[in-house]
Design a protein. Structure first.
Lengths: 115, 112
C-alpha cells in the first residue's frame, strides 16, 4: 500500500477483554515500531521489529502486552485482560533500513478505549 | 528514563512570529535527529531531520539548529502560520539500534 495502515481505527472494549491491533507497514520496510500515545502525551515506545524478530521488547509495559510480526509484513499487538489505563492511541510506524536512513512513516493509529 | 527532553510543553505564537522548540539528549551515540509534526487525529509525519555533521539545516520556513557539544538541537519555524498549529516531536536515533526515541511533544498554537 501507499502508507502504513492500521486497523481498526477505533476500538471500544470492556475491561478484562483481550484486543488485537493490526499494522500493515509500507511494502519493503523491514523495521516496524509500535508506540502508545495517551491523551495529550508524547509517544511511548513499546516494541520494535527488525524483520520478524524483536530485538528490543523493553518498552512493553506488562506481560499483558505482546506483539508479533510475520513474513516481514503484518504485525499484531495484543493486549490481554485490558485495563482502563490501556486506553490510548496505539501508533505503528515502519522504516526502510538502508544506510543511515531511519525515517519512520506512521499510520493514523488505533484509538483504544477500555470501559 | 527519557532519552530526549523537549521543551516547552506548549507554545502560543502570533502569526508571523518565530516559534522555537528545544530538545536535549544525553546519548552521544545518537546520529540522527528528526522532527515530526502531528495534526489532531493523524499520525506523526516527518518534517525535517539533521545529522551531527552539520550545525544547521533549513527547509523553507523550518530550520534545525544543532549544537553537538551541548547535546542540544532546536526547531525554528519562521513566519509562523495558523496552519502550523500542531504538536511537534523531536526524536533521536543511532544507526545501530535503528530505533527512534521521541521527546514528549510541544503543542504549538499560532494565533491569527
Amino acid at each position: 500500500g501507499a502508507g502504513v495502515s492500521q486497523s481498526p481505527s477505533n476500538k471500544v472494549t470492556e475491561k478484562g477483554k483481550d484486543v488485537e491491533l493490526r499494522c500493515d507497514p509500507i511494502s519493503g520496510h523491514t523495521a516496524l515500531y509500535w508506540y502508545r500515545q495517551r491523551l495529550g502525551q508524547g509517544l511511548e515506545f513499546l516494541i520494535y521489529f527488525q524483520g520478524n524478530s524483536a530485538p528490543d521488547k523493553s518498552g512493553l509495559p506488562s506481560d499483558r502486552f505482546s506483539a508479533e510480526r510475520t513474513g516481514e509484513s503484518v504485525s499484531t499487538l495484543t493486549i490481554q485482560r485490558t485495563q482502563q489505563e490501556d486506553s490510548a492511541v496505539y501508533l505503528c510506524a515502519s522504516s526502510l533500513v538502508w544506510g543511515q536512513s531511519t525515517e519512520a512513516f506512521f499510520g493514523q493509529g488505533t484509538r483504544l478505549t477500555v470501559v | 528514563q527519557q532519552q530526549v527532553k523537549q521543551s516547552p510543553q506548549s507554545l502560543i505564537v502570533q502569526k508571523g512570529g518565530i516559534s522555537i522548540i528545544n530538545c536535549a539528549y544525553e546519548n552521544t551515540a545518537f546520529d540522527y535527529f528528526p522532527w515530526y509534526q502531528q495534526f489532531p487525529g493523524k499520525g506523526p509525519a516527518l518534517l525535517i531531520a539533521i545529522r551531527p555533521d552539520v550545525s544547521e539545516k533549513k527547509e523553507g520556513r523550518f530550520t534545525i539548529s544543532f549544537n553537538k557539544s551541548a547535546k542540544q538541537f532546536s526547531l525554528h519555524i519562521m513566519d509562523s502560520q495558523p496552519g502550523d498549529s500542531a504538536t511537534y516531536f523531536c526524536a533521536a536515533a543511532h544507526g545501530g539500534a535503528n530505533n527512534l526515541f521521541f521527546g514528549t511533544g510541544t503543542r504549538l498554537t499560532v494565533i491569527p
